[in-house]
Design a protein around this ligand. Structure first.
Ligand SMILES: Cc1ncc(C[n+]2csc(CCOP(=O)(O)OP(=O)(O)O)c2C)c(N)n1
Ligand SMILES: [Mg+2]
Length: 596
């Protein structure tokens, strides 16, 4: 039998080094599925429960492997389900290729069943590249460009196939008019700014007395350079959420996360500095950067498209982080006055004490910080940690102490609920030999996580290291919303909206062949974490957490947190209604702008 278009789609993916496609079937891609069968499931068809989760798995795979993630879905509803995951890729700058079916060419434009205008649907999310394949000669170019653009632009791309096109006999493009032959691969490029621009940056940084560094995911792989820069400048470095695993937390000058989910030393670093160096970050919350007229600032970013926002930078240095920092280092003068650096290091040391004390505050039944704290203490050095959106993101940002080599991520920019478990699954395809740990709220479990545990139960035996731990923050509440309502609206919890049904997550795990551990009280937390990190199969830690522990903003002191926690610990709604004004004021005093 001659090759079909679908055979060539799969063989081209193989030539690109793709070993897995996160997918869900349907008749829009039946021709592709038939080819998959002929290809002996190479690349592996990884079956998600829902196309959104297939897309999240591709995003997680791409984030943790550094390679392009591929997902596939059928026409109409399948394509629509992909969208949120693809937006997650777009907003966090992650390379993902989506392969999507469409109704047959003969039906297109006929308002046919499951016919959706897919070019328009994907136009925004895959704005870097979305194309439809209508004749065989468009291949391999469409696949090649989708892969190359995803990789070089760090963006999602999409190729749409009317279902009958998959079954057409393949014909390669010829050496002829209006034919587009294509080629595989692309090499890595490295951008270094012009020497004069580096000199300009060095002058600004050398003139400062109190230098702050902000790192994001664009600074990945630069621990040595950043350490040297920080040492020379006597600086400290704060981390944007997606840059949490870019610098280890055991370096004494690393102040941890910044922003709403940030730490006290990061806040002070930014508020008190006179010079800012931002490397590979588009951290959005300007109010957590230095006051606008206070600091002279330099930004390093790989692309002119993303540089210069968020702060009035004096110099926007377009370049990759590593070669730019390497070129900068010889021009930096070591600051002899180390007072600023000493202050930062003492703030950081004090902060880690605060983190521990907060985690040890009694709560009813379990303080959510405690479970994250105990997991942090047991994190294998090669762990990959994911978090869902919700209160878990606060604890991910503040409580976890990453050592060098630990990877972690979450939906940083879209901040969507739902990717915690799928990201961890994607991580297991990126690194089957590493343990994955997901921090997930019970709302996110009910939205996506429970379903995707079924995917875990289907595949875990193929992973070299079978450990995938899902820590469920079981508070029967959409707690992040409840706290936002209290803090921002001064409103009590609206139970109709935020109270969620009680589910036994551990029992569900046990029912599908995983290990499920119910953690009902604080004394069980440590032993449960021990069991999870030693287990020989995936584990769900179902932790009954106190919804009255506030995911408090960064500059709160330990005593303030404790007072808040205990004033709320035993409150019912009526009592909350009575106390809420006082608590609201208290919280607002802790918000930025009231920081003094
Ligand atoms: C898809 C989506 N829907 C809604 C939201 C708004 N949102 C952010 S956090 C959150 C609550 C999360 O609740 P849960 O998963 O139980 O975590 P908790 O905060 O209770 O720990 C909601 C509804 C969102 N970010 N994404
Ligand atoms: Mg919850």
């Amino acid at each position: 039998m001659s090759k079909t278009v679908a055979d060539v789609v799969l063989s081209r993916l193989r030539e690109w080094g793709i070993h897995e496609v996160f997918a869900y079937p349907g008749d829009g891609i039946n021709g592709l599925l038939a080819a998959w069968g002929r290809a002996d499931n190479d690349p592996q068809f990884v079956q998600a429960r829902h196309e959104e989760m297939a897309a999240f798995e591709a995003v997680g795979f791409a984030k943790f492997s550094g390679q392009v993630g591929v997902c596939a879905a059928t026409s109409g509803p399948g394509a629509i389900h992909l969208l949120n995951g693809l937006y997650d890729a777009k907003l966090d700058h992650v390379p993902v290729v989506a392969l999507v079916g469409q109704t047959e060419r003969s039906a297109m434009g006929g308002s046919y069943q499951q016919e959706v205008d897919l070019l328009s649907l994907f136009k925004d999310v895959c704005s870097d590249y979305v194309q439809m394949c209508t004749v065989p000669q468009q291949l391999p170019n469409l696949i090649d460009r989708a892969m190359r653009i995803a990789e070089s632009e760090h963006a999602p791309t999409c190729v749409i196939f009317p279902s009958d096109v998959f079954d057409l006999p393949y014909e390669a493009p010829e050496h002829a008019f209006k034919q587009v032959p294509s080629s595989l691969g692309l090499t890595e490029a490295s951008v270094t700014p012009a020497p004069a621009a580096i000199r300009g940056a060095a002058d600004i940084l050398n003139a400062g007395e109190r230098v702050a560094i902000l790192v994001g995911q664009g600074a990945r792989g630069c621990v040595a350079e950043l350490t040297t820069v920080a040492e020379l400048l006597g600086a400290g470095a704060a981390k944007a959420l997606l840059g949490k695993d870019v610098l280890p937390d055991d370096l004494p000058w690393v102040t941890g996360s910044i922003g709403l989910l940030g730490t006290m030393p990061s806040y002070r670093l930014m508020m008190d500095c006179d010079t800012l160096l931002t490397v590979g970050s588009n951290f959005p919350y300007t109010q957590f950067l230095p006051p606008l007229d206070q600091a002279r600032a330099v930004q390093i970013d790989r692309s002119g498209k993303w540089i210069g926002m968020r702060y009035p930078y004096e110099l926007n240095l377009v370049g990759d982080a590593q070669p730019t920092l390497a070129a900068l280092i010889p021009l930096l003068q070591r600051k002899s006055d180390r007072t600023w650096r000493q202050q930062i290091e003492s703030d950081v040391a004090e902060w880690w004490n605060t983190v521990e004390r907060r985690a040890l505050v009694d709560a009813d039944p379990v303080n959510p910080m405690r479970i994250v704290h105990e997991l942090s203490a047991r994190l294998p050095g090669n762990a990959i940690v994911t978090s869902d959106s919700g209160s878990a993101a606060n604890w991910y940002a503040r409580q976890l102490r990453f050592t060098d080599g630990v990877r972690g991520s979450l939906s940083g920019t879209l901040a969507t609920m739902g990717p915690g478990v799928p990201y961890a699954i994607g991580a297991k395809w990126a690194h089957p030999d590493r343990p994955a740990i997901a921090l997930v709220g019970d709302g996110a479990m009910q939205m996506n996580g429970l379903a995707e545990l079924i995917t875990v139960s289907r595949y875990w035996q193929q992973w070299d290291d079978p450990r995938l731990i899902v820590a469920v923050l079981h508070n029967n509440d959409l707690n992040q919303v409840t706290w936002e309502m209290r803090a921002m609206e001064g409103s009590p919890k609206f139970a109709e909206s935020q109270t969620i049904p009680d589910v036994d997550y551990a029992e569900f795990a046990r029912d599908i062949g995983l290990i499920g551990i119910n953690v009902e009280e604080t004394a069980q937390v440590g032993p449960a974490c021990d069991a999870a990190v030693q287990a020989a199969r995936p584990v769900v830690l179902d932790v009954r957490c106190d919804p009255d522990v506030p995911p408090i903003p960064p500059h709160a002191t330990f005593d303030e947190v404790k007072a808040l926690a205990s004033s709320l610990a035993h409150g019912d709604e009526d009592k909350w209604g009575v106390v809420r004004e006082g608590v609201k004021q208290k919280i607002q005093q802790l918000l930025p702008g009231h920081a003094d």
